[in-house]
Design a protein around this ligand. Structure first.
Ligand SMILES: [Zn+2]
Length: 318
């Protein structure tokens, strides 16, 4: 995408006067003042963005986080699959950006026929081991899935990684049966944690996130692509307390996203913990204060519908 698009990428009719939402070294986030959609500028090409996904990103041996958090991650997948089961008919399900296939595995065990697309060969290999040959390795645009065939299409924290989210939603619409369920979870740039912590916000994740949605801009994107939103959830125990916690540590001046290292396996840590013993100790000492605060803030921001991440459930209307 060009750095100064002539019209809002969300199709909201605005043609300029973009707000500067965040200004990082080397990158900034511009924002449409009509619909609230933000975008990272500049957008990196395939090769350059690859450097921001080191081989350690997904960890070794099918484990990205330490055992306690791997267990929690699996519990969250179970909860997510339950929500999807309650809101859809059993049939074909497609997870766009399926990672290691954890959610597909849960749904497959409930009778769904699982399909996935994953750009990371490493993650896709693990997904193929569980799910089989219906995992397409590569981009969504080129994936050969049958049209008018799916009961559910999921974008779980993947839509913000697309260079053209609207094209991805159009394709999802073609693949879904009429009345089929679209599930989209994204960081919420209108959230309290985004606004309060600014460039320290964990979920901003520049330059990996090309787009930055809020509730209105995501709803608009879905409506523009023939979906009717049936539910918007602002409470995510999976994403939002951690978003607060990491953003608070970042704002306090710790090495950026250092806590994340604690949660990962040794092989997938960006920075070894022993390199920063004082920070490691300080994180540990502050945890009893910041963790309860993060939980309270998560409940509060969900209550006022400004959750750090949002999950939208929508039906294909045409
Ligand atoms: Zn707009």
């Amino acid at each position: 995408m060009k750095s100064a698009p002539s019209a809002c990428p969300n199709g909201c009719q605005r043609t300029g006067g973009w707000e500067l939402w965040s200004d990082e070294p080397g990158f900034k986030v511009l924002r449409c003042s009509s619909c609230g959609l933000g975008w990272t500028d500049p957008v990196l090409g395939d090769e350059a963005i690859g450097e921001y996904y080191p081989p350690s990103w997904y960890g070794k041996n099918n484990a990205r986080f330490n055992p306690v958090f791997e267990y929690l991650v699996r519990l969250f997948r179970l909860r997510r699959s339950r929500v999807i089961r309650h809101r859809s008919h059993v049939g074909k399900v497609l997870d766009v950006g399926c990672g290691r296939g954890l959610i597909l595995n849960e749904l497959q065990q409930c009778g769904y026929k699982a399909y996935g697309v994953e750009i990371s060969e490493h993650a896709a290999w693990h997904a193929q081991k569980k799910i089989g040959p219906n995992i397409h390795v590569g981009d969504f645009e080129g994936a050969p899935f049958p049209e008018d065939a799916f009961e559910v299409v999921i974008f779980w924290h993947s839509l913000e990684h697309f260079r053209d989210p609207s094209a991805a939603l159009k394709k999802a619409n073609r693949l879904l049966k009429k009345g089929g369920l679209l599930v989209v979870a994204v960081p919420n740039s209108d959230s309290i944690q985004a606004k309060l912590t600014g460039r320290n916000w964990f979920h901003l994740d520049i330059p990996r996130h090309y787009f930055h949605f809020g509730l209105k801009s995501l709803e608009d994107a879905l409506k523009n692509n023939n979906f009717r939103v049936v539910q918007a959830d602002h409470f995510s125990f999976e994403q939002n307390p951690y978003g607060w916690l990491q953003s608070l540590y970042n704002a306090l001046g710790f090495q950026f996203n250092f806590l994340y290292n604690w949660l990962k396996t040794r092989s997938s840590r960006a920075t070894p913990l022993q390199k920063h013993p004082i920070q490691s100790l300080a994180i540990f000492i502050l945890m009893p204060f910041l963790l309860p605060l993060a939980l309270v803030l998560t409940v509060f921001e969900a209550a006022v519908e400004k959750g750090g991440t949002i999950e939208l459930y929508a039906k294909k209307t045409g």
